[in-house]
Ligand binder design. Sequence first.
Ligand code: SF4
Length: 272
Amino acid sequence: MNVQITHKEPKRILNPTGGFLQGYTHSLNPYAGCVYACSYCYVRRMPIALFRKQEWGTWVDVKQGAADRLRAEMGAARRKGTVTIFMSSSTDPYQPVEVQAGITRALLEVLVEEKPDFLFVQTRSPLVTRDIDLFLRLKDRIRISMTIETDLETIRKRFTPAAPPIAARLRALRRIIEHGLPAQAALAPVLPFSEEFPKTLADIVDRVCVDDYFTGDGSGGRRTEKLGIRQRYKEVGLEEWYGPDVHQKVVERLRAAFADHQILLSQEGFLP
Ligand code: SF4
């Protein structure tokens, strides 16, 4: 797929949060747009994508000069009080363009100097391991969350064909944990998985977060309905995995490998 990459200077880089992210003072998005183009991505239904008139996944805006902006804004934000940052809410900070553009790494370099009270890093990309050196310098105030919605590549390819393979994400999460960094696997949104998945995760990580379309898309599942995700479950004959009570069944399965306090539900798994 051809991707249009544009460089733009952002007017601001730290954005006040609300709703699902109300536990944070700010969100931080190094890019606008996301080439992973997940079928269920709720950002598809948000103004940033709807007004663009280009298909979600075919464009990325690189936020040129983001690090300088962040340095200026961090000073002001810290003078006002606690600063807790969610990176990122509407893009993946480690999508492929980051290899060349390095915006995420530049932002982290600023945050190592101008430390926030807490930084949550949300990604599905193994590239995140490149920045372990910087994460270690924020070790007491960071959590890295790796999206791993399933262990079945056939399901991953059906719902998120452009996203990194599951095995690579598991390896990346293991490396992060081996460095002693606080981390979790985010089954968000949870997709159909095999009997072995809970044990596979428990061999690597001691904290999992489970989310589904009905609690996690910000609209009680309506955005997801509009994206036609129910139909994808029908096509693979797995409709029993689509519904508001699925996360409860998933929690039951995870209990075979995790203690209750290691399983977090929806928003609580993403809080500072
Ligand atoms: S990685 Fe996240 S932001 Fe990117 S398309 Fe997938 S769900 Fe959306």
